[in-house]
Design a protein. Structure first.
Length: 396
C-alpha cells in the first residue's frame, strides 16, 4: 500500500471572526480535493461539523466532534481517501458515535484495503470505546482476505463451501470474489456430501431462499441442530417420516424453546404443520414454554373444524389453561388475561378452576414472589377473568 498519513482536526468552540480554528484547516486541505464530501464543499459545513450549530432546532443537526482524515501520497501529492468523525452526546447516557465519510450507513466509500489502517487508528484513539467498530471492521477484512485466498483454489473443503455460501448471502462483500465461485454449484450435491453439522449450517445460511427449497432434511440430528439455533423453518423441509413422529416433534419444539430466551413466538409457530396445531400435547408444550402466542393458538382452533370440536371437550380446555398457568408460574409470572378462556363454553368455564392443578412448580429464580404466592394470585386472577367473560356474555 502507498504511504499515507492521518490528520486530526479537533472539535473546537466557535472562534471570533478572524481567529484561526481547525475548521479553516479542514476546509483548506479539502477544498480542491474533488471529493463529494460536504466538508469539502463549504467552510460553513466544516465549521458546523467541528463546532456544532449555533442554534439547535432539531435532532438531526450535526453534533461537534473530532474529524480524522486519511491522506495517501500519490504522485507527490497527499490525496484524501476517507475520513471519520467521532462524537459523544448525552441523551440520558453518554453515547459514543462514529460517522464515516459523512454518513451513517456503515463504511460506504472506504476501500477495503484501507481497513487495516482504519482499525489501527481506532485502536490508537480508544480500543474500548471503539471496540464494536473494530470488531466489525476486522470481521469484514478477514472475510475479504479469505475470499482472496480462495480465488486460486478449484477444490474446496466443507468449511470453504460453507464460507462461500455464507458470503454469497451477504451484501457487504465484493460480489466479484464470490459469485463466480458459487453461481454454477449444485447446492443439493454439496448438501448431501456435508456432515450433519455442515448440513445444519448450510440450511441456516440459506433459510428462506430458493436454495433452501431445494433441500430435504431426513436426519433428526440435523433437524435438532437447526432448532437449537432458534429456527423452526426446518419443519417445512423435513421428511414425511420425521413429520409423522409426534414424540420427536415435541422434542424438537422443546429444543427450540430451550435455545430461545424469549420463548416460542408467533412467527416461528407458522412453521408448525397443521396436523399439530390442534393437538393438545403440542399446544400444552407451547403454552408451558411461554411467549405471546395465545392469540395464535386460539386462531388455529377456531378456524379449524376439528379444532372447534376439540373446544367442546372440558378435558381439552383444562389441559391448555393449566399448561398456560403453570408455564407462567415457572417463569415468575401470575396468570394474566388472554384469549384462551374466550374459546370455551360457559359450561366449561363454570367450574374450570376446580379442574386445574396450579403446581407443583419450583420457586421462580427471577421473581419477587414465591411459587406459592404466584399460585394463589393465578387462582384469583383466573376466577376474575372467568367472571368477566361470563358477565359480558350474559349482557350481550
Amino acid at each position: 500500500m502507498e504511504f499515507g498519513i492521518w490528520k486530526k482536526y479537533e472539535k473546537t468552540n466557535r472562534k471570533l471572526n478572524g481567529e484561526r480554528a481547525s475548521y479553516h484547516d479542514l476546509y483548506d486541505d479539502l477544498k480542491n480535493s474533488r471529493r463529494s464530501w460536504e466538508i469539502a464543499q463549504s467552510l460553513d459545513e466544516c465549521k458546523e461539523q467541528l463546532c456544532g450549530v449555533d442554534f439547535r432546532t432539531s435532532g438531526v443537526e450535526p453534533e461537534a466532534g473530532d474529524i480524522y482524515v486519511y491522506y495517501a501520497l500519490m504522485n507527490r501529492r497527499l490525496i484524501p481517501i476517507f475520513y471519520f468523525k467521532i462524537t459523544q452526546f448525552d441523551d440520558g447516557k453518554i453515547n459514543h458515535f462514529i460517522e464515516y465519510n459523512g454518513g451513517q450507513d456503515g463504511y460506504v466509500g472506504i476501500p477495503i484495503q484501507y481497513f487495516p489502517e482504519l482499525i489501527r487508528k481506532l485502536k490508537e484513539i480508544d480500543p474500548e470505546k471503539n471496540k464494536k467498530e473494530i470488531v466489525e471492521l476486522e470481521r469484514r477484512y478477514n472475510n475479504y482476505q479469505r475470499l482472496l485466498e480462495l480465488q486460486s483454489k478449484t477444490e474446496y473443503t466443507e468449511a470453504d463451501l460453507l464460507f462461500l455460501y455464507e458470503m454469497y448471502m451477504k451484501i457487504d462483500v465484493n460480489r466479484n470474489l464470490v459469485v463466480p465461485k458459487i453461481q454454477n454449484r449444485n447446492i443439493e450435491d454439496d448438501y448431501e456430501r456435508f456432515s450433519e453439522q455442515g448440513k445444519a449450517k448450510l440450511f441456516l445460511i440459506v433459510q428462506g431462499t430458493e436454495w433452501a427449497n431445494r433441500l430435504s432434511i431426513s436426519s433428526k440430528k440435523v433437524m435438532t441442530l437447526i432448532a437449537a439455533k432458534e429456527c423452526l423453518k426446518c419443519l417445512h423441509h423435513a421428511s414425511l417420516e420425521i413429520l409423522q413422529d409426534k414424540n420427536y416433534i415435541m422434542e424438537l419444539l422443546q429444543t427450540f424453546c430451550e435455545s430461545d430466551p424469549i420463548g416460542l413466538q408467533s412467527e416461528q409457530l407458522n412453521n408448525l404443520p397443521e396436523c399439530y396445531r390442534i393437538d393438545s400435547d403440542i399446544i400444552s408444550l407451547i403454552l408451558y414454554n411461554g411467549g405471546l402466542v395465545t392469540d395464535k393458538i386460539s386462531g388455529w382452533l377456531e378456524n379449524s373444524i376439528a379444532g372447534k370440536e376439540k373446544l367442546k371437550s372440558p378435558e381439552f380446555a383444562y389441559k391448555l389453561v393449566e399448561a398456560f398457568i403453570r408455564g407462567g408460574i415457572r417463569k415468575g409470572e401470575a396468570y394474566y388475561e388472554n384469549e384462551l378462556l374466550w374459546m370455551f363454553s360457559n359450561e366449561i368455564l363454570e367450574d374450570i378452576e376446580k379442574h386445574i392443578m396450579f403446581g407443583p412448580e419450583p420457586n421462580p429464580q427471577k421473581s419477587l414472589w414465591s411459587g406459592e404466592d404466584l399460585k394463589q394470585a393465578s387462582y384469583h386472577k383466573l376466577l376474575n377473568h372467568k367472571a368477566k367473560i361470563l358477565q359480558y356474555r350474559k349482557q350481550s
